[in-house]
Design a protein around this ligand. Sequence first.
Ligand code: CTP
Length: 409
Amino acid sequence: MQIYKVGGAVRDRLLGKPVTDIDWVVIGATTEEMLAKGFRPVGADFPVFLHPKSGEEYALARTERKSGRGYGGFTFHASPEVTLEEDLIRRDLTINAMAEDDQQNLTDPYHGQRDLEARLLRHVSPAFAEDPLRVLRVARFAARYAGLDFTVASETLELMRQLSESGELEALTAERSWKEISRALMEDQPQVFIEVLRECGALKVLMPEVDALFGVPQPEAHHPEIDTGAHTLSVLEQAARHKQPLTVRWACLLHDLGKGLTPKEEWPRHIAHEHKGLKLIKAVNERFKAPKDCQELALLVGEYHTHGHRALELKPSTLLELLQSFDVYRRPQRFEEFIAACEMDARGRKGLEQRSYPQADYLRGAANAARTVAVQPLLEKGFKGLELGEAIKRERLKALKAYKEAASA
Ligand code: CTP
């Protein structure tokens, strides 16, 4: 049996990037031999094993053939006769289809090294089409390596286009798609992920609500970039530049979906887009089974981002409602994330990337003012139940009035 390091570990070493996960491929072995050496099988009918000590993944060399639609539709053919070249040819990208032995000798039959130098994401063979998730993977790699000037090869983009049009993407499970989407959003240039998906027609299939924002104008006075799609990409770019967490990045991507529903006659204005967008945000959230914290923040940012921008003009009663909607007393972190998303929205506009956002500190101050209202004195006065709730609200409103007056003095 021969063992080679494959995939991302080889690619990232050649790129001079840190290697975290190491995948191995095993040539000339049977399942029985692996088990006899103490490897633990992953799943019942998958020829992948975990090393007894390191826990790293060792896969038997295999060829894959498609037997039906979607992820379930694979049959695996693993046998000791499958060669390294046969295993590598069924992989997604040439830069992921290199192998290395323990002397760091490279096996590179599909010219991954040449494509690394040319900064090209290129598919290895027509077998690329066996797994439609690869459309998302390529877009994710484009986002990750955009800073190194990588682009998608035109023939690969064409294949991604065909896959997007074939209806195959619809068969992907929510879990697999979300894993790619969430990883892509956490890359340095997540906007490139959306751009590449759009370019190959996958965005229209996966998130038609986001795709619909391109070509929709906004008022130039607030949005020098005009186009709502371009704005969304810039907001995402800012979120990455400011190292925001996944929740904030997800909310940034979805915050303006309502603008895609505005009748053309009303352009470039988007009356009540915040509220109109909620059902679209909900649909996208549910389509990908996004985690609860991502879902919640996206809906709250969608509904209240304009409140965030107008914070300094809001009446104390509206401020109070905003704070209540966020349950800011028990969930301070979520309100911080809302503020961050609003700030990214304000900066994700052409020429305004460096603007200050005094609303952020103002909102933090308002939350603090409302939070400092003590419940104990009200309990001592004998308030209970609903009345107690009302009394706390009155006190918080008083605190917010005082806060607003002090801030504008
Ligand atoms: N692979 C593939 N098609 C997929 C998933 C994986 O061809 N849909 C192959 C690629 O050769 C890839 C390797 O399996 O390099 C390991 O996959 P994975 O660990 O998911 O990705 P990495 O390339 O290691 O990248 P990352 O750094 O994102 O983990």
